[in-house]
Design a protein around this ligand. Structure first.
Ligand code: PBG
Length: 323
């Protein structure tokens, strides 16, 4: 034999030198759930290790996250009151604006991203408002999403991340942000978001499961590839600053395709179901949790993601720092 690939795997030093992909805490974004109240840190049953935080405890958690080297958080609000117009989604004194202000006050250098979507705020749990005959009213929803994004911008968010999958929302949000003099607030578009069963635990955490029907008229069919490019190209045209693919693990082919076809940073969302499956198997002693976690995150990065939104952010960053 002349060629022996194993020559390059002989020692830990060589393997480390030749590693093609490396994870770094700076590439992780940590999602956080915020509720009203004071001193709240309630465990989320379906997502072991994740909590509902009130604004005060959220700021402490963000500080802990920052210590591990993770530079960014993604905020999800859980309102006290839901109604058919999602009124609490775009209120300037809403739970997310409060949380953004509090984090930015204490840690101005932390990059804050806010989820823009109505599903946690509507009484029917859909991501948009509905017509009298129970259909999703795309264009009426755009105005509310734009107001929601502006309310987050007023509080000081760095990026808004629309996850609703309405057509035209990136353009609507960009226009509203510009009109309200927030040209520097960016948009991380959930451009490629599939109608996935992997969101199950999250829907429990934010109480946002649709009360009728499903999300298949706005989220994408898991069978589709070309449609991912169509959504990506549209959102780039509408002014997105980064493109998100969601979920991550069952969609590595899509991440790698979008990476090859576009110049913007790619963000992959390692979603709740992907997280909770690992936690559950680890609880049963069936897998080595840390190793599986790191391998999953590495695979997402190898596929082409620049940034990874993951509930593992703090744990994974701590491991990387101790390496
Ligand atoms: C809201 C939203 C969802 C997630 C992020 N934003 C749920 C959904 O679309 O039903 C899922 C996140 C996760 O599972 O971790 N539209």
């Amino acid at each position: 034999m002349i060629i022996r690939p194993r020559r390059l795997r002989q020692s830990a030093g060589l393997r480390s030198m030749l590693q093609e992909t490396r994870l770094a805490p700076q590439n992780f974004i940590s999602p956080l759930f915020v509720v009203s109240g004071k001193g709240v840190k309630d465990p989320i049953a379906a997502m072991p290790g994740q909590y509902h935080f009130s604004v005060d405890t959220l700021v402490k958690e963000a500080a802990e996250i920052k210590k591990t080297g993770v530079l960014s958080v993604l905020l999800f609000g859980i309102p006290d009151r839901k109604d058919e117009k999602a009124s609490r989604a775009y209120a300037d004194d809403g739970i997310v604006p409060q949380a953004v202000k509090a984090i930015k006050d204490k840690m101005p250098e932390m990059t804050v991203i806010t989820d823009v979507c109505l599903c946690a705020y509507t009484d029917h749990g859909h991501c948009g408002v509905t017509t009298p005959d129970g259909k999703i009213d795309n264009d009426a929803t755009l105005e509310l999403l734009a107001r929601q994004a502006v309310s987050h911008a007023k509080a000081g968010t760095d990026f808004t991340a629309p996850s609703d999958m309405m057509d035209g929302r990136v353009a609507a949000i960009r226009e509203a942000l510009n009109q309200h003099h927030f040209p520097d607030v960016g948009i991380i578009s959930y451009a490629v978001k599939y109608a996935s069963a992997f969101y199950g635990p999250f829907r429990e955490a934010t109480d946002c499961a649709p009360q009728f029907g499903d999300r298949k008229t706005y989220q994408m069919d898991p069978a589709n590839t070309r449609e991912a490019l169509k959504e990506t190209l549209l959102d780039i045209e509408e002014g997105a600053d980064m493109i998100m693919v969601k979920p991550a693990l069952a969609y590595l082919d899509i991440i790698s395709l979008v990476r090859a076809e576009c110049l913007l940073p790619i963000v992959a969302y390692n979603v709740s179901g992907e997280y909770s499956m690992v936690k559950a198997a680890a609880e049963k002693g069936w897998i080595d949790e840390s190793k599986v976690m790191m391998e999953m995150l590495l695979a997402i990065k190898r596929a082409g993601a620049d940034l990874i939104i993951t509930y593992f952010a703090k744990e994974a960053a701590a491991i990387l720092r101790n390496e």
